[in-house]
Design a protein around this ligand. Sequence first.
Ligand code: 3H9
Length: 698
Amino acid sequence: MGSETGADRAVRVERVGRVALLEIDNPPVNALGSSVRAEIQAALRALQAEESAGVIAIHSAGRTFSAGADIREFGKPPRAPAMPDLYDEIEASAIPVIAVMQGMALGGGLELALACHARIGIEGLKVGQPEVLIGLLPGAGGTQRLPRLTGVPAALDICLSGRKVPAEEALKLGILDRLEAGETRAVALDAAEAVLSGRLATRRTSEIDLVADPAALEAARDRLRRTQPHLVSPLACVDAIEAAALPLAEGLKVERQRFLDCMDTPQRAGLIHAFFVERAVANVPEKSATPRPLSALGVIGGGTMGSGIATAALLAGLSVTLDEVSDEALARGVSTITRNLDGAVKRGKLAADARDSTLARLTASTEMADLGEADLIIEAVFENMEVKKDIFTRLDKIAKPGAVLASNTSYLNINEIAAATSRPGDVLGLHFFSPAHVMRLLEIVVADRAAPEVVATGFALARRLGKVGVRAGVCDGFIGNRILSHYLKEATYLLMDGASPAQIDRALEDFGFAMGPFRVSDLAGLDIGWAERKRKAPMRPPEERYVPIADVLCEHGWFGRKTGQGYYDYSQDPAPPYPPAMEVIEAERAKAGIVPRSFPDEEIVERYMTAMISEAARVVEDGIALRPADVDAVFLFGYGFPRFRGGPLHYADTLGAAEIVSRIERYAAEDPHYWQVPALLRRMAEDGGSFDDLNRAG
Ligand code: 3H9
């Protein structure tokens, strides 16, 4: 048995003869913050000094080798030892150092291993350089050492995709020297002894010659300029990988400079905000309630939404009973699900040989009574309160006690739906986004009387489906669609006053949105918004400005993509503006006596974003969203908001509340009803507060 020191530290050294086992133990993910780095350095130096160790094996406690640098330390003053310096010291060590990895070795975690003299993976390991996903690039030697091991094309792929590379592939690529099964410490001890006995060779990665590949670098640059025109760090990463052709010390300098450049960008801050937001939204008042069991799901309605929800559940391993009113509708639903699963096979989300067994977990029925054994039933029929109430009244009689009854409504009042049952505590809104088996957002709408464990079950379902669950309060449109219906009005005001749909779309796509609002409306179907406006017409205040353009397009039967024409003409690819729709716009302007004016792209973005931020601030103020981060999550995961901008309220913080208030006051001169300063923004502008302060507070 060896001797152990420092049991209460993040780094422990255990001696077994000439082997020194160095264990990192910094839960939850062994992030390599400054104090951990200092401990690793001290331990290595002590071992070097005493000269009795013949090999050092770095391994770690917990499920994961290391998630890399401690992201929470970014933006704070750096503390020694810097990661690149520590790793150079490891590589230079006279005593061979090996890394034994389980779980994940990501970012600076993998770079630590790359600086070691041999790497052993334990089955199930995944390695990766995900820094570009948070606006950075590998900054501790990854761009220099990885291409020496794998060649330039594979290093480009790994660093630019940020993907998690399975151990078998890492072995083939030369990242790993060995892949073993077993418990980490035992594997580490075995491997270290193999080094001592000469059965496992060691070498310095920096001494491997790099095979230059200028064509691969240029191809990567070309692709990035086309596919990720907004992002800074992927191109910087290619520069750093190019520099791997230089001697290591020089290449590392280029890497360091590019890393620091990226660290300074708002994109880095936006992407890291997005990383934390995804996790922060799980912190809800009901988080300690025990979710109810969840294995059999019922879905009512086999349209696009219902089929998408059923597909998501099947892909997650649940069994699903799909209920429809007729055999024809049911057959359509089943065939959509089958198509979705085939698509999942094509996209590599489902193994081809698992497709049939996945589909076998689907039961199709025209008898609602067949949902009697489901743990959770989601209604996904069209948006009509009377129809939904009728379904819930019937479900109340059919569903087993304790079943969660959910509606996928995107606007309607869940309290009213819950009141149609004798068990309002079991009723929840689960608002999926189309296509439901792809989009990651799930709004979990909490009705007044929902039981905490029912809410917790909604979050458990989101996790099970790999979605980001966000808690929303009850109001028209919840978080996302309430904000959307407000800023879409501004898009139509811009249209009426002189901007074209194509200009508005392009300006917002240049800002980073996946698609501009008119292209999205065409995709969703203009009839959807039309029905919604008709529903809300009786509630519309007389002082509200109303733009009838979309209604007129619908009266012509131009519903967008599904009918072939909308704002754009889909008989051509790419779809150009649809001239008759442009004529409608001109005619409506003339009818209203509007002389069209021109808008610079910046003004379009400014007005659109200000409208979005205003309503988002009211949603936070009204308690519909728990925190600003929840609004950001909704837009990042459900509305194609540019991730590198962190979400609407993170973006608002980059502008500052005072700037937003002054914009609103300026626009209010034209339309004081639409442009009103939310009290929360006014307060923040006065006392210098930010949305991030609210995130931190709650
Ligand atoms: C880097 O390494 C730069 C270097 O190249 C150069 C430097 C000079 N730091 O995700 P989970 C927290 S950049 C701090 O829920 P999972 C996370 O917030 C880094 N905290 O678990 C959460 O906290 P809480 C490159 C981190 O099992 C908790 O750990 N590395 C870090 O679903 C559990 O996380 C990356 O980008 C971190 N690095 O997934 C990897 N990572 O409980 C980022 C996690 O308070 N991390 N936390 O909410 C991941 O991708 C996933 O966390 C991982 C585990 C796959 C590891």
